[in-house]
Write a protein that binds this ligand. Structure first.
Ligand code: BGC
Length: 813
């Protein structure tokens, strides 16, 4: 299919539509899709989150999805080709679920370590972000599925995200925040972009004419569609003139009839609507829902038959970052002896971050499962040690539940089994036979078989009436009203409400019922029924838990402690307040390390956390949110079947107060990006900033490398490295460029200009070529409004991290 033929088909289809049909096409018909227009052969176009899996149009666990490692993990592989393979798998998943457009990738930057969606973005560096994003988008679209690169732009934190006005200088915008979008648009030609919720320099992004029409389309030549973030489109005229093509979700939006009216009233030119419709029809043609043209990628050309589990496991191994390995304690020897595995997350792995990125895999391999399968029988013991979740979680383990829907007269109108205590019915996604007009109550009912004896806590999340009964005992009968503090997103991201506890016996099933009176108006412009039954196992005495784990660690040859954040710490919808591991996990690690010199700590978090004991343990392995194959990948790496392949995509501070940029809370609605172009390592490299725990780019494998030479051939660095260790290995060769002469403006001491991987056996050398982009020698000239060469002498250095540069050469620009 040539572009010309596609454009002709798009024009023909556009010519057949009247104003009402055009306006209707630009508005979501429900939570995830656009209306079909059979008169032009257009089927309904379906979108879905994104980015670690494809959830599909249902937001519950009854339609399972593959869960890959978190985006921070994917970036830690420093391998765009692997990101491309992840994209192929996600396209395969999307096709399986009838999804045409994936709402991913997230390419906002790690400006502050506190950003709530830090785990969902790639890096603090725009070049690495752009490279991984390019691989990802290329892969998904080679599978015939569209992407929406998000959130355009400067959506780098969550506090007041719908309204915050981010004040960002043009130079920082160009050199940092816009840069990954620009790279991806130019190299991977994404079929979509998602406009962010926030304002940039006074204008909300879904109406930002300058950034959307002039920069994105005008300067960069973007020809895909721009979709609003969910519920971000607020003004018909502002949005359509500001370059927003599609308002999601529906059916109540500022487009549709409101848009047709605005044209009839003369407030909007019809040609502007036509341009938006053209963008949507082009997307439809590409993904194959416009039947007058073949899709951009023929079915036979789409990568298929991909083994999801194997790829998820491979990416996880390649993403784990070994930041400390005293006395080469890892990999564990073949005759490992006895191992004490400790930590709540070792049994219940935290595999992904919370919010819209959440998917529901049909199976998860925990570290306990993975290690138990890989180690000789009888060598592994497990202890909780510390429980980081101070709150109730969605009822899961041990619950067998179904949802029963009734009308106002109490008549049964529908029912459905539920894989967990979470109900998230959005738009028309309701059990068969049920409508928002008829439904009055939902009862979650079934049994709970406890794993442990003792007082079990129960609770609810969401707003509306609740009656909670456990084992015949009414624990709560009342209402959680919608109020100023409960907000429309309470049911998704809010704190759970404890409703009472009851003593239960391990293995003895009891009846459970949570009856919910549905609120007819929740303050969300889309009809939804969202609430959860929450639960917490009996709390054991924290000191006792630690003592028990310490005794096990003392008796074992090796102690492995898995520490983690929780859903209430890392999620969309809010930012972190600190970088500490929740609960008593720091005390646990210290106590275990004190009795066992062979203590290995696995850090299961999507973003940096403080590790105050990091110098007191033998090894520290960062596993991010590792996806559904978590435990298998961990066993592969700990036992040496694979080397940990990751390098840090973001600087890891010793403590929050050292971080040069951390503020995420707006002041009077404004968040000033006053640090300009100095975020991430660009700021950590300043002399007045204390050294971080682990620098950007850092990560140890299982072999050693020396850097032998760097030679510049034009704008290409030729780097020779030698594997001086005893195992074959893979090295991420990073090339940094440092201006030597002052440029008259503040510039980072150095910046990443390119990277690639080298592979070599013991004693062998490998030579790699890294092309340096023009931008490495340019700055954005604010006064002239364009890129300008920053002439002078530069040092070009290659090494293992931004602070561990081994070889270099000079060049003059
Ligand atoms: C998120 C987007 C997501 C959308 C749809 C929004 O709240 O910011 O990233 O794609 O919801 O779930």
């Amino acid at each position: 299919m040539t572009d010309h033929a596609r454009e002709t088909a798009v024009e023909q289809a556009l010519g057949k539509l009247d104003l009402d049909a055009k306006a209707r096409l630009l508005a979501g018909q429900d939570m995830w899709s656009l209306p079909a227009l059979p008169e032009i052969g257009l089927a309904s176009l379906v979108m879905s989150d994104g980015p670690v899996g494809v959830r599909g149009v249902r937001w519950t666990a009854d339609d399972p999805s593959v869960a890959l490692p978190s985006p921070t993990a994917l970036a830690a592989t420093w391998d765009p080709e692997l990101a491309r393979r992840a994209g192929h798998l996600l396209a395969q998943e999307a096709r399986r679920k009838g999804v045409h457009v994936l709402l991913a990738p997230t390419v906002n930057l790690h400006r502050s370590p506190l950003g709530g969606r830090h785990f969902e973005a790639y890096s603090e560096d725009p070049l690495l972000t752009g490279a991984i994003g390019t691989g990802y988008v290329t892969g998904v679209q080679e599978g015939g599925v569209g992407t929406t690169v998000k959130h355009f732009v400067a959506n780098d934190a969550e506090t007041d995200r719908f309204t915050v006005n981010n004040l960002v200088g043009e130079r920082a915008l160009r050199e940092l925040y816009l840069a990954p979008f620009e790279t991806i648009v130019k190299n991977a030609h994404p079929w979509g972009i998602m406009a962010a919720y926030n304002c940039v320099n006074g204008t909300t992004m879904s109406e930002h004419h300058y950034l959307q029409n002039e920069v994105l389309r005008g300067e960069w030549g973007f020809d895909g569609f721009v979709v609003s973030d969910w519920m971000a489109a607020r003004d018909t005229v502002g949005a359509i003139n500001g370059g927003l093509d599609v308002a999601m979700p529906g059916p109540e939006t500022v487009y549709g009839t409101a848009l047709a009216e605005a044209v009839r009233d003369g407030r909007v030119e019809e040609s502007v609507v036509d341009a938006a419709v053209r963008n949507v029809l082009r997307l439809a043609a590409r993904v194959g829902v416009l039947d007058t043209v073949p899709p951009a990628v023929a079915e036979a050309a789409r990568p298929s038959g991909i083994d999801a589990g194997a790829l998820a496991r491979d990416i996880a191994c390649r993403s784990f970052v070994l930041v400390r390995n005293e006395g080469s304690v890892l990999p564990l020897p073949r005759d490992v002896g006895t191992v004490a595995l400790i930590g709540t997350a070792a049994r219940e792995a935290r595999i992904l971050g919370g919010g819209s990125a959440q998917v529901f895999p049909d199976q998860v391999v925990s570290p306990l499962d993975g290690l138990a399968a890989a180690l000789p029988a009888g060598s592994l013991t497990y202890f909780v040690g510390a429980d980081p979740s101070e709150e109730l979680a969605v009822a899961g383990e041990g619950f067998a539940l179904r949802a029963v829907c009734r009308d106002a007269e109490g008549r049964l109108i529908g029912e459905t089994p539920l894989p967990s205590g979470q109900v998230q019915w959005l738009g028309t996604d309701l059990p068969e036979g049920v409508t928002h007009d008829t439904i009055h109550s939902v009862e979650l009912t079934g049994t709970f078989t406890p794993r442990e004896s003792g007082p079990h806590q129960f609770g609810t999340r969401g707003v509306g009436g609740f009656r909670l009964t456990v084992d015949g005992q009414v624990l709560f009968d009342g209402e959680k009203p919608l109020g100023p503090d409960t907000g429309p997103f309470e049911a998704f991201f809010g704190a759970p409400d404890e409703r009472g506890s009851t003593a239960l016996r391990a293995g003895q099933p009891v009846e459970v019922s949570l009856r919910h009176l549905v609120l007819k108006s929740t303050g969300v412009p889309i009809k939804s029924i969202v609430f959860s039954l929450m639960h917490q196992d009996p709390r054991r005495d924290a000191d006792e838990l630690i003592t028990e784990a310490v005794e096990a660690a003392r008796a074992a040859d090796t102690a492995i402690v898995v520490v983690a954040t929780t859903e209430r710490v890392e999620s969309e919808g809010f930012d972190r307040k600190d970088m500490r591991l929740p609960g008593r996990q720091d005390d646990l690690v210290r106590a275990v390390a004190a009795v066992n010199p062979q203590t290995v700590v696995v850090v299961n978090s999507g973003s940096p956390v403080e590790l105050p004991w990091r110098e007191d343990v033998a090894a520290v392995l960062l596993s991010w949110f590792p996806g559904q194959e978590a435990g298998n990948a961990l066993a592969d790496v700990l036992l040496g079947a694979r080397e940990p392949g990751g390098r840090l995509p973001t600087t890891w501070p010793v403590r929050l107060r050292d971080a040069p940029v951390s503020r995420v809370v707006p002041d009077k609605g404004e968040l000033r990006y006053e640090e300009g172009v100095l975020i991430g390592y660009r700021a950590w490299e300043r002399e007045d900033v204390p050294a971080p725990a682990y620098a950007f780019g850092h990560g140890l494998g299982y072999t050693d490398w020396t850097y032998e030479s760097l030679e510049l051939v034009g704008r290409t660095a030729r780097v020779r490295v030698r594997n001086t260790g005893a195992r074959p290995g893979r090295e991420v060769v990073q090339v940094y460029v440092a201006p030597l002469a002052p440029a008259g403006i503040e510039r980072p001491a150095r910046q990443l200009a390119g990277f690639t991987s080298a592979e070599a056996g013991p004693g062998e050398t490998a030579e790699v070529m890294v092309q340096l982009p023009e931008r490495a020698f340019q700055v954005w000239d604010d006064a002239a409004g364009c890129w300008a060469v920053a002439g002078g002498e530069y040092s070009v250095e290659a090494g293992r991290s931004v602070t561990d540069r081994r070889v270099g050469a000079r060049t003059t620009v």
